[in-house]
Design a protein around this ligand. Structure first.
Ligand code: HEL
Length: 419
């Protein structure tokens, strides 16, 4: 080992329904299982398709968007619109931005390295390491990493009103314990292990485990175990400092009120998320990270296998979750692994193929506007599935010219939007 259509996370009442739809009791599928349609040769990325997806994100309310593809064909970046509405600076594929929950994959890697080092067991109760923290000894480390602990997501209430919720925490510094207390003040959403129910609280506890086991702040662990070994020059865990250093993208949050002006949300502590979402990175670094992870540079074969062993997150049979890692099954049969992120003003995708040879990261500098996120998600199809065949003649008469036959799924769902 080298040491260094719908998540429904916001609707706990529907967790049982979703679990049933998703066939939660079905065995987890392993990354090594044969895909339904095995491609012998990877298609070249459809860069025009990527640009179309970025432009569609802009047409759906993002001031700018960008994507970077890295693969055997080389590295290709595309950017549209602006990274700063005030200065008019163009979107730039070298710029840094907030990656939101893609941070969960960083946290998961650190924790799994500790498993590799024999310092932690995936199926041990969390309370073994953090005595008395959780009110149920049955909640295991694996339950945290798979979003199956039942710990409520305190951010649902926190951001029920988007802009007031954000402004109330923008400069606030929480302790991990305060965030756990917010979660525990709410009823738990599922029995431990019973169902997938996405919650930021899980990865707050992951951060606590990292700090307890290493005796150091999580920032040190990311730095020593991931950022330095991979030479990620634009990546940092930034908390509680509110700024993004260097050339960066400014983020613009959509208020709930339709037509209200965008709120510049660039500067914030992200203390409400910390190890669940406070990493800053760049497209090049994200591709290096997901690619290296999939190529086995960060974890032993055993823990990487555990990380990529997934269960469905919805009833589409195309979206899955492993250990701090999503798997999306694309229309061409290609499976990609990585994570999505939503933090005020920034939508992110960071995914790689299982062999780590092809990676794609994409960013739109807005949020609370799901249509922009869905549009951005189409970069994945274009990058990994290549050019789409034209629709069959019968379909062609009704579809606009050039429309792909594949109907994309909506982006991971955030809190309900009111506009
Ligand atoms: S939400 C998700 C995404 N994850 C989760 C996490 C992350 N981000 C958050 O929990 C942010 C919540 C507030 C975001 C805010 C906005 O759009 O900026 N929305 C509101 O305030 C709505 N009222 C599951 C989508 C993920 O893809 O994993 O990142």
């Amino acid at each position: 080992m080298t040491v260094p259509l719908l998540s429904h996370r916001r609707l706990p009442v529907s967790a049982a329904l979703i679990a049933a739809l998703a066939g939660v009791l079905a065995p987890a599928t392993s990354a090594s299982a044969a895909p339904a349609a095995i491609r012998t040769q990877a298609p070249a990325p459809d860069m025009a398709g990527i640009v179309a997806a970025l432009e569609s994100a802009m047409a759906n309310g993002a001031p700018g968007a960008m994507a970077r593809y890295s693969g055997p064909e080389g590295v290709r970046g595309r950017a549209v619109g602006v990274r700063d509405r005030e200065s008019g600076a163009a979107m730039d594929t070298r710029a840094r931005f907030r990656i939101g929950s893609v941070s969960k994959t960083f946290s998961s890697v650190v924790l799994l390295q500790l498993v590799d080092e024999g310092r932690l067991k995936l199926d041990a109760p969390v309370n073994t390491y953090l005595e008395g923290l959780l009110p149920d000894d049955r909640i295991t480390v694996r339950h945290l990493l798979t979003h199956r602990s039942g710990l409520a997501d305190y951010t649902n209430a926190m951001f029920e009103q988007t802009v007031p919720g954000f402004e109330a925490v923008r400069n606030r510094v929480f302790s991990y314990q305060e965030l756990v207390d917010l979660s525990l003040a709410e009823p738990r959403t599922t029995e431990p292990g019973a169902a997938y129910a996405y919650s930021n609280a899980n990865f707050v506890v992951v951060g606590m485990l990292i700090e307890k086991l290493t005796g150091r702040p999580v920032a040190d662990a990311y730095q020593r175990r991931i950022i330095k070994p991979l030479g990620l020059r634009d990546t940092a865990y930034v908390h509680p400092d509110t700024r993004i250093k260097g050339t960066h993208v400014r983020g613009y949050l959509h208020p709930d009120e339709s037509g209200a002006p965008l709120v510049d949300s660039t500067e914030q502590t992200v203390s409400w998320a910390q190890s669940a979402g406070a990493v800053i990175s760049s497209p090049a670094d994200l591709n290096s990270f997901t690619g290296a992870l999939m190529r086995g540079r960060l974890l032993s074969p055993q823990t990487l296998e555990a990380m990529t062993t997934v269960t469905p997150t919805d009833g589409t049979n195309t979206r899955f979750y492993g250990l701090g890692l999503r798997r999306y099954d694309l229309s061409c049969g290609t499976r990609v692994y990585g994570h999505t992120g939503t933090v005020q003003g920034f939508y992110t995708y960071a995914f790689s193929t299982r062999d780590g040879r092809r990676s794609l990261s994409a960013l739109a500098n807005t949020s609370n506007h799901g249509a922009a996120n869905t549009a951005l998600g189409n970069t994945l199809e274009a990058a990994f599935c290549g050019k789409k065949a034209l629709p069959a003649p019968a379909a062609r008469s009704t579809a606009p010219s050039g429309t792909a036959a594949h109907v994309p799924l909506p982006a991971e769902r955030d809190l309900p939007e009111r506009h």
